[in-house]
Design a protein around this ligand. Structure first.
Ligand SMILES: NC(=O)c1ccc[n+]([C@@H]2O[C@H](COP(=O)([O-])OP(=O)(O)OC[C@H]3O[C@@H](n4cnc5c(N)ncnc54)[C@H](OP(=O)(O)O)[C@@H]3O)[C@@H](O)[C@H]2O)c1
Length: 343
C-alpha cells in the first residue's frame, strides 16, 4: 500500500468555469477503517457534469462540497482492506461516494459489486453505470418511445447521449443528434443516428431542427438546456415528451438565473409533457437497466466510446474538458491500478 492518500479538496467556489485553482491537491494519511467499513483504492475515477452543481453555494438536489472538503465523485475501486465479512480484499466495487482521491474508507451500503462477467470495470461508470442507466431509464419511463417517432438528443455523442440514440433506433424511432463538431456527429452517425446538427455551426438552429425533424419532435432528450432547448421547444410534435436531464450549457453561469424565452404556448398547443429526471430516484430499477444494456453490449448492438485521462492529478483538467465539449464519450480518469483490468 502507498504511504499517503492524494486528495483533491475544494479551495474556492468557481466564478464561471471551474479551473484547477479552485482545488488543491493534498497528500494525507490513508484513512483508518471503521467497523463494517472497507478501504478501497481507486481504479477509475468518474468525471461527470453534475459535479458543477456540487461546487456551488447554491442549493441543489444533493448536498454540495464545502470549502476544504474532498471533491465528490464516483469511482470503480479495489478493496484493499475489509472490516466487513461480506466484502473481501481484491473485490472491485462501484460507488458514487468515493471522491477525488486515491483511497476511501467506505460504508458498505451504497456499494455495488462489480461483476466483470456483466461488463469490464470501467463500463460500470459508463454504459452499464450511471450514464447508461440514465439513458435507458429516462427514455423508456419518461419518453415512452413508439416506432416512427422522432427523438432529438442534445450532447448526443456523450456518455448519456451515445446510448440514447442507439436505444431510440432499437425502438425504430428516427434519432436526431445535436453536437458541437463534425467529429462528434460522425460518431453519432456510426451509432445509427439518422441525422446530425452541429449547433455551433448552425446559422439558424430553429430551422435546422425543423429540417431534421419534419414531423416535429416527439421526444426531446434535453441534456444541455440553452439555445438547443429553445430550438427544440419551437419544433415540438403533438403530445411531445420533453425530458429535462441536464443543464450543462449553464455551467459557466451556474449561479445566475437562466433568462430566456418562455414556451408555455408551445407546451399548451402541443399538449406536451415536460418532466425533470434524476437517475438516483430509480435506484431500485438499476439492475433491470444494467441487464438490458449489458446484453446489448455483449451482442455487439451497443457501441460506446470512453475518453480516458491518466492519473488523479488530471481530475480538474478532465472536468474542465467535459464542460468545454472536448471529451468524446464517457470521461474517466485511470489510475495506475487500471493497467490490471481490461478495457
Ligand atoms: N438527471 C440525471 O439523472 C443525469 C444523469 C447523468 C447525466 N445527466 C446530465 O446529462 C448530460 C450529459 O451528461 P454526460 O455524462 O453524458 O456528459 P457528456 O455528454 O459525456 O459530456 C458533456 C457534453 O455536454 C456538452 N456541452 C458542454 N457545454 C455545452 C454547451 N454550452 N451547450 C451544449 N452542450 C454542451 C458537450 O457536448 P457537445 O460537444 O455536443 O457540446 C460535452 O461533451 C449532462 O447535462 C448531465 O448533467 C443527468
Amino acid at each position: 500500500m502507498d504511504n499517503f492518500n492524494r486528495q483533491w479538496k475544494l479551495d474556492s467556489f468557481p466564478q464561471g468555469m471551474p479551473i484547477k485553482e479552485n482545488w488543491c491537491l493534498e497528500e494525507n494519511p490513508i484513512p483508518e477503517l471503521g467497523s463494517n467499513q472497507v478501504l478501497a483504492k481507486a481504479v477509475y475515477l468518474s468525471v461527470d457534469p453534475y459535479m458543477r452543481g456540487r461546487i456551488s453555494p447554491k442549493q441543489g438536489y444533493a448536498k454540495g462540497v464545502g470549502i476544504g472538503e474532498v471533491m465528490c465523485g464516483g469511482a470503480v475501486a479495489e478493496i484493499v482492506q475489509s472490516n466487513h465479512s461480506e466484502w473481501k480484499e481484491g473485490e472491485l466495487i462501484e460507488t458514487i461516494n468515493f471522491g477525488w482521491q486515491e483511497y476511501a474508507a467506505l460504508d458498505t451500503d451504497g456499494l455495488t459489486r462489480v461483476d466483470p462477467n456483466i461488463g469490464p470495470p470501467h463500463a460500470w461508470l459508463s454504459y452499464i453505470g450511471m450514464p447508461g442507466i440514465t439513458a435507458w431509464m429516462a427514455l423508456n419511463l419518461i419518453g415512452r418511445p413508439s416506432p416512427g417517432e422522432t427523438v432529438l438528443v442534445s450532447a448526443a455523442s456523450g456518455a448519456v447521449g451515445q446510448i440514447v440514440g442507439q436505444l431510440a433506433k432499437s425502438y425504430h424511432c428516427r434519432a436526431v443528434a445535436v453536437a458541437s463538431s463534425e467529429a462528434k456527429l460522425d460518431w453519432c452517425k456510426e451509432l445509427g443516428y439518422d441525422v446530425g446538427i452541429n449547433y455551433r455551426e448552425s446559422a439558424n438552429l430553429v430551422s435546422d431542427v425543423r429540417d431534421a425533424c419534419p414531423n416535429g419532435i416527439d421526444i426531446y432528450f434535453d441534456n444541455t438546456a440553452g439555445p438547443i432547448h429553445d430550438a427544440a421547444m419551437k419544433n415540438l410534435a403533438l403530445n411531445a415528451r420533453v425530458i429535462i436531464v441536464g443543464t450543462i450549457s449553464l455551467a459557466e453561469r451556474f449561479e445566475e438565473p437562466d433568462m430566456g424565452e418562455r414556451f408555455l404556448r408551445q407546451i399548451l398547443v402541443n399538449r406536451a409533457e415536460v418532466k425533470g429526471f434524476l437517475v438516483f430516484d430509480y435506484f431500485d430499477r438499476y439492475p433491470e437497466a444494467r441487464k438490458a444494456l449489458a446484453e446489448g453490449a455483449r451482442n455487439g448492438d451497443l457501441k460506446f466510446k470512453t475518453d480516458f485521462m491518466e492519473d488523479i492529478e488530471s481530475m480538474p483538467e478532465a472536468f474542465l474538458k467535459l464542460l468545454l465539449s472536448q471529451n468524446l464519450g464517457k470521461q474517466l480518469v485511470r489510475t495506475e491500478l487500471a493497467d490490471r483490468y481490461s478495457e
